[in-house]
Design a protein around this ligand. Sequence first.
Ligand code: 13P
Ligand code: SF4
Length: 319
Amino acid sequence: GAERAALEARIRELLKAQDAVLVAHYYVEDALQALAESSGGYVSDSLDMARFGHEHPASTLIVAGVRFMGETAKILNPEKRVLMPELEATCSLDLGCPIDRFAAFCDQHPDRTVVVYANTSAAVKARADWMVTSSCAADIVAHLRDQGQKILWAPDKHLGAYIKEQTGADMLLWDGACIVHEEFKGAELEALRREHPRAKVLAHPESPASVVAQADVVGSTSRMVQAVRDMDADEFIVATDRGIFHKMRQLAPGKRLIEAPTAGKSATCRSCAHCPWMAMNSLTALLHALETGAGEIHVDPVIGARARIPIERMLDFTR
Ligand code: 13P
Ligand code: SF4
């Protein structure tokens, strides 16, 4: 209503006054995605968010997503101010891979090339040879395999297992998972597919193997959005955070989108596929960050400089 319009108008003013651009992930609330797009910002997957922020001339980047996305932006752009609506917005993959345990694991396997997923802390990235996101992980691992390298992979075991199967690379996997995607269940998905035999199945590779095995398309959030837009089908079962439906509906308004079933599905929780940390982002939190400067991301410059190496490798590889 009128209140939301006033909130948005105030945010737009402050974005302009502070030379700031808003970069959002597909999982944050519709209002933030819409505002990013209508204010000269951008909505995408984690790889393209990093690239957009890095190439954009604004002196302040506002990252609506989770902590690792803000940290990656800061590591790539130490001279820019990076703000997040909510600094506490973390990720179960990041939480499940603390630097001390991770460093000890790496020390035990000095013969392996260390490849980490974007969903990690700056300190973990600083210990890595390569960073990847789900949109480029398979290509980068295949490249390392071709060079005869053995890989230590962290932290997502489902994505790791999928890439290992796709590439046949020698990969040692850390035991981490995304609490949102881990809830998708293969047996329930099979039953749902019987009810919707024409539906194409799209799955994010953080989902368990029993789900990924049934998917017509496995890929990053951007890849899934593209699939809904481009595939010659009018029904899709989608195994990822339901925040993504905003963009899918926008690009393919006539198509039917069905949420993949989760174990937690119940009367009170129709779908549990929504990341609690992504959900912390809101227009109100964004306004607060802009008004007070709260939510500024700081990365230790020494750690940041080291963490930049694996991130830039990925950006150069995918250029
Ligand atoms: P994408 O890189 O595919 O956007 O994934 C990020 C993420 O956190 C998925 O849960
Ligand atoms: Fe992390 Fe999963 Fe949330 Fe993505 S959806 S930010 S992987 S907890």
